[in-house]
Design a protein around this ligand. Structure first.
Ligand code: HEC
Length: 173
């Protein structure tokens, strides 16, 4: 059987243009590389696996420095140091929906999408959790709990309190 493959002329033209272009990028000298488009590579952002710069001695972050919380008992005495407005409610909801609802569900009933695949979290609207002090919730978000991950690195101090405030509002619904 005689099979002929037809290649469109526009394809051939594109191939020639590409080949010429990339041949031009290649160096004559072995081991010497000509860099192509490095403007995105050399920039002040952190590279993967690179540690952020260490804090200069004697300084604190502009957001203030939050000392470690000793244990869950001392956490129960923590109070929210931030003033919240109506707009903060939306932010709190957004943060809860972003970080917590995957497991806990949008109403914190323990019915998030991931829950059946992992471990079903408790219904945070239960009477025990209604009596739990704010500071304890804050502590759990900061430190994590058994299999629940810590949200210390993903959230600021203010954001953690916003999430606690949202949890409280959910409990009242
Ligand atoms: C990957 C799933 C997952 C995510 C995401 C998650 N949790 Fe949990 N959470 C759990 C599980 C499972 C439990 C119960 C078992 C445990 O403590 O590990 C739990 C327990 C809790 C408890 C009860 C702790 C106690 O002492 O009984 C609180 C409060 C809580 N989570 C709040 C949150 C908040 C707020 C967020 C979002 C910042 C969040 N969780 C994100 C899985 C998750």
């Amino acid at each position: 059987m005689n099979t002929t493959i037809y290649i469109p002329r526009s394809f051939l033209l594109a191939a020639v243009v590409f080949a010429t272009f990339f041949a031009a990028c290649e160096s004559e000298q072995p081991g010497e590389e000509i860099e192509y488009r490095t403007d995105m590579y050399y920039q002040p952002s952190f590279k993967p696996q690179e540690d952020p710069l260490a804090r200069a001695p004697g300084t604190v972050p502009m957001s203030g420095y939050e000392p470690a919380i000793k244990d869950s008992l001392s956490a129960t005495r923590l109070k929210n140091p931030f003033a919240f407005t109506r707009a903060s409610e939306d932010t709190g909801k957004f943060l809860f929906n972003t970080y917590c609802s995957v497991c806990h569900g949008a109403a914190a009933k323990g019915d998030g999408l991931v829950a059946p695949k992992l471990q079903v979290p408790p219904d945070l609207n239960g009477s025990l959790y209604k009596k739990t002090p704010d500071g304890y919730f804050y502590f759990v978000i900061r430190k994590g709990h058994i299999i629940m991950p810590s949200y210390y690195e993903h959230t600021t101090q203010r954001e953690r309190w916003l999430i606690v405030a949202h949890l409280r509002r959910l409990q009242q619904q």
